[in-house]
Design a binder for this molecule. Structure first.
Ligand SMILES: Cc1cc2nc3c(=O)[nH]c(=O)nc-3n(C[C@H](O)[C@H](O)[C@H](O)COP(=O)(O)OP(=O)(O)OC[C@H]3O[C@@H](n4cnc5c(N)ncnc54)[C@H](O)[C@@H]3O)c2cc1C
Length: 154
């Protein structure tokens, strides 16, 4: 197996093609990681969530990491790591437009709200739901890809 660095366009292609990542945050020297669904646009990811531990932690410490991968088999995979900053999109005059943009990108996937909107013992996000939208501003992105054969440069 051969492992190589991915170019930035390759990283962006993977992040664009996928919609599931693992979001890591940290508080008081403790890491916390959960799978999330996201929508990518230039320079940032958008996400949807209910209040809870990850939102509390990211409000305290906005520095986060998101990992996204494509796994064919043990010798064939791609993985991107994004270092970024959490930014909430409340429904205010200042962020209303961006919140709608996040919503319109996320809703391209069927049942997009379900994994972020449902929790144990909670049934629905309709009505006066406290759901929220957020952005992860991408500060840095790295990628590695593995293949059975060495990559050709032509
Ligand atoms: C494919 C997929 C896509 C998802 N997409 C989204 C999304 O877009 N937005 C979103 O908000 N959530 C999404 N989820 C759910 C997400 O992984 C979390 O379970 C959820 O957001 C609750 O996180 P929280 O920090 O608010 O937990 P809380 O409800 O505050 O609960 C915290 C406690 O529950 C435990 N816990 C929470 N989530 C998990 C988990 N996934 N696995 C094991 N233990 C857990 C924690 O360890 C902690 O003890 C997705 C899950 C999957 C599998």
């Amino acid at each position: 197996m051969f492992v190589r660095e991915m170019t930035r366009p390759e990283c962006i292609a993977l992040v664009t093609a996928s919609h599931i990542g693992r979001l890591a945050c940290a508080r008081d020297d403790h890491p916390y990681i959960v799978p999330i669904q996201y929508a990518f646009t230039t320079g940032r990811l958008y996400g949807f969530s209910m209040p809870g531990q990850k939102i509390d932690w990211m409000r305290d410490n906005a520095k986060v990491c998101v990992q996204i991968d494509e796994f064919a088999d043990r010798e064939s995979w791609k993985s991107v790591v994004i270092y970024g900053s959490y930014r909430e999109l409340p429904d205010t005059n200042q962020t209303h437009h961006e919140r709608l943009q996040a919503w319109s990108l996320l809703e391209k996937r069927i049942n997009w709200w379900e994994p972020g909107g449902l929790k144990p013992a909670e049934q629905s996000v309709v009505g006066t739901s406290p759901h929220l939208f957020y952005a992860i501003e991408i500060d840095e992105m790295t990628g590695r890809a593995a293949s059975a054969e060495p990559a050709t440069t032509s």
